[in-house]
Design a protein around this ligand. Structure first.
Ligand SMILES: [Fe+2]
Ligand SMILES: [Fe+2]
Length: 252
């Protein structure tokens, strides 16, 4: 028998709704921000839609959802989008322009709204800023920062394995980078540094990834560990790239 969805409050008005996905040995997390205009970040997998819907129903009437954010176009981030839109008549999909133009404009049963880089979506008491973070895992990826709670919703950055707790404060950075490498390999280092720069400047008090626990406490080890991964990627690339002098002589 499979698990139901588990619901936990992780910050003011902010809830993690999660299902465990055995093939990935990790959770798939959705985040709900309650307010005048309730907003959901990620829909979860289509096959778990009924569980996710039941989890949402513990917190609000899910048919009143106003926005659904798609962090990038993949099954765990938006596989259940259309099922959800068909039941929540006022929910508008929000995503990066890249995601909208290349996928959602055609794939979603309701017209999505593309967000500009840095745009803030006002949902009442919370302002949610969208930051583009392309090629960090997905080419169309974004990070969302809640300017009120200072929670950063980072999708597939800072993920961890296991069923785990909803929120942890101990350092799981090594485990996180290990899982990230296993799933996605090494991302282009410049893009990863840029995404980390943008997240760090926002001074989040919590990192809320799409898989694993939300992370609070000292977040510096996570930034260090992912920057070290970017460094590894750069060193590996330089080791396999001919030096400029070799290139010159090859061309002469
Ligand atoms: Fe993803
Ligand atoms: Fe994901």
């Amino acid at each position: 028998m499979r698990d139901r969805a588990f619901v936990s409050e992780i910050a003011a008005d902010t809830y993690r709704i999660t299902t465990y996905h055995e093939p990935w040995r990790s959770t798939v997390n959705q985040y709900l921000i309650l307010g005048e205009e309730p907003l959901l970040i990620s829909t979860g997998l289509r096959e778990r839609f009924e569980d996710t819907w039941a989890g949402l129903a513990q917190l609000l009437d899910p048919t009143t959802l106003r926005y659904v954010v798609v962090p990038h176009y993949e099954a765990d981030e938006c596989g259940a989008l259309n099922e959800l839109l068909l039941r929540a008549p006022n929910a508008t999909p929000l995503a990066s322009m890249r995601t909208v133009v290349t996928s959602l404009a055609d794939a979603a049963v309701r017209s999505p709204r593309g967000l500009g880089d840095g745009e803030v979506v006002d949902v009442g008491a919370h302002g949610l800023r969208m930051l583009e973070a392309p090629y960090v895992h997905a080419w169309d990826g974004i990070v969302i920062v809640d300017e009120r709670t200072q929670v950063a919703f980072t999708a597939d950055l800072f993920i961890q394995p296991g069923r785990g707790e909803a929120l942890v404060r101990d350092d799981r950075s090594a485990l996180s980078v290990q899982l990230y490498k296993t799933f996605y390999g090494a991302p282009p280092d410049a893009y990863l540094h840029r995404a980390l720069d943008r997240i760090e400047v926002a001074h989040p008090t919590m990192l809320a990834p799409g898989h694993g626990a939300a992370l609070a406490g000292n977040l510096a080890p996570y930034y260090r560990a992912y920057r070290a991964l970017a460094g590894e990627q750069r060193a590996a690339r330089e080791a396999t790239t001919p030096s400029s002098s070799l290139r010159k002589s090859a061309g002469s």
